[in-house]
Design a protein around this ligand. Structure first.
Ligand SMILES: Cc1ncc(COP(=O)(O)O)c(C=O)c1O
Length: 502
């Protein structure tokens, strides 16, 4: 009806919002955006959390019972009403509305139900991309090159002009590993033509066809849960238990002291120790006949506890990879797409040649990896090879990021968030420590795991969704539309929660 009145979907969306929620008043959590804030679509969202039942509420419990008859529901927190979820607010099936500072494990780029994304879906020209999912590797649609250029290639990392799409983070890394191994073997052979022996032996999982090569990863790293990725994942035992793995080298990741700028000397020593170990491991594994074909690392170890290292560490590591002929794979599945205030977290290193491979997923909506020309993944293949409908959505996400200067917004709200965490850390020294972060990609340590877990639940009960990482950290992973006034809403609730522990 409203569409008929206005003929404009975005206007309609605003009208509906005002009709439904504009008159609602809220408690002390109700912070209005500052008058100076530019009016954007995403500001037409709810004005604060609103909790109606315990979480999970009765409807969620009922649905969990139903689903439990068909699937394992052990990890389900509650069921969601995505139709009602807007911007930074996730609404559950019991009508509870929560400020989402975790965003589906860091994978919602511009908030829920963003009007610009709704528009992509309602555009008749896009229908076919959503209805007809192609086997992209053999039968891509006519507009695929154009859409790839508009989306992924418009944000290529420095030195990379090629991108291979995939479905999820794990399968992006898994296939990137294969690209590195193939690259390494071609380098060893001096050409791309496998021998008869290579071909015969690979069929029975033997070398030289299936060569004894390895990927060096870091303790505390997380790169996914498929078999190859899992061999490079070292964040929690529960991910790895009972699954056979490879004999690949694992280097220590620096354990730094925060705030970084106060401990530069100690931290530099710790980083030097780890880099030395990396070189030793590369030499050792070569000697034992299992050379390191590639090194994989996250710019900030996320799942493993939001562990940071300095740009200098990454620059030196990149040089070590060069020196020993190893490919350098930067896993930006969680750090990519703006959360650190730069589009790619590795841009903070200030390098022209930061990596050979950069993998992505989560906020990018499609998985995949960028690569240098020489990593042509010509034997990398699966049925879907990504999903062109996700490229349409990504192109629009990128438009919104540019149009609304979201990277600047992230830097601004990130500063407010970190400042707020520093203040709370000073106020509750027995509870909080090591507040850290870049952009809104922030974290803080809690005194022990049990307290961390109980804080997460209390915050949720008061309408703020947060996630844990490592043994006792809380990680903040809001969408890019998380503004300074959302930071203040969060800090108010967090303060109330922490006060209960004093
Ligand atoms: C850094 C990193 N790499 C890889 C993955 C795996 O991605 P997915 O869960 O999409 O397989 C994750 C997921 O959390 C991640 O954080």
């Amino acid at each position: 009806m409203l569409t008929k009145l206005t003929g404009d979907f975005e206007v309609m969306w605003q009208q509906v919002w005002w009709l439904l929620f504009g008159l609602e008043t809220n408690s002390k959590l109700n912070k209005q955006p500052p008058c100076s804030a530019p009016k954007t679509q995403v500001e037409f969202e709810y004005d604060g959390p609103s909790m109606k039942t315990e979480v999970p509420g009765p409807r969620s419990k009922e649905l969990a019972k139903q689903l439990g008859e068909m699937q394992n529901v052990g990890a389900i927190n509650f069921f969601c009403n995505y139709e009602e979820s807007r911007g930074n607010y996730l609404v559950d099936v019991d009508g509870n509305r929560m400020l989402d500072v975790y965003t589906q494990i860091s994978s919602i780029p511009i908030g829920y139900s963003h009007p610009s994304l709704m528009k992509v879906l309602s555009n008749p020209n896009n229908m076919s991309a959503f209805v007809n999912r192609p086997a992209l590797g053999i039968l891509p649609p006519e507009n695929f090159p154009e859409k790839l250029a508009e989306s992924l290639l418009s944000v290529s990392p420095s030195g990379m002009s090629r991108a291979q799409t995939m479905a999820c983070g794990s399968c992006s890394n898994e296939n990137a590993f294969k690209s590195m191994f193939i690259w390494y073997r071609n380098k060893e052979r001096g050409h791309n033509n496998p021998s008869e022996e290579d071909i015969r032996s690979c069929m029975i999982n033997q070398s030289p066809g299936c060569p004894n090569l390895s990927i060096l990863s870091f303790m505390g790293g997380f790169h996914g849960r498929t078999m190859g990725c899992l061999a490079t994942t070292h964040s929690k035992a529960i991910h790895k238990l009972d699954v056979p793995s490879f004999d690949w080298p694992i280097a220590p990741f620096p354990k730094l002291k925060y705030p970084l700028e106060e401990f530069t000397r100690e931290n530099a020593q710790e980083e030097a120790r780890c880099l030395e170990e990396v070189e030793d491991l590369i030499v050792q594994w070569r000697q034992k006949g299992r050379p390191v074909a590639g090194i994989i690392i996250e710019p900030i170890q996320a799942e493993g506890g939001d562990n940071h290292a300095s740009p200098d560490f990454f620059r030196k590591l990149r040089n070590i990879a060069h020196k020993h002929g190893c490919a350098f794979h930067v896993d930006e599945v969680q750090t990519g797409c703006g959360a650190t205030g730069k589009f790619w977290a590795h841009e903070h290193w200030g390098m022209e040649d930061p990596a050979d491979i950069v993998s992505f997923s989560k906020k990018m909506l499609t998985g995949g990896f960028y690569h240098k020309d020489e990593f042509q993944p010509y034997r990398i293949f699966n049925t879907w090879m990504g999903d062109p409908s996700k490229n349409l959505l990504l192109a629009e996400v990128l438009n919104v990021i540019r149009r609304e200067n979201l990277l600047e917004e992230v830097s601004r709200s990130g500063k407010a968030l970190l400042q707020g965490l520093y203040q709370l850390q000073a106020q509750y020294p027995n509870l909080l420590s090591s507040a850290r972060g870049v952009g809104t990609f922030c974290a803080v340590d809690i005194r022990d795991e049990a307290t961390r877990n109980s804080i997460l639940i209390k915050a949720r009960d008061k309408g703020v969704l947060l996630g844990g990482c490592g043994d006792r950290s809380i990680r903040f992973r809001p969408a890019l539309v998380f503004k300074e006034y959302h930071v203040h809403i969060f800090l108010n609730v967090f303060n109330d929660v922490l006060a209960e522990y004093n």
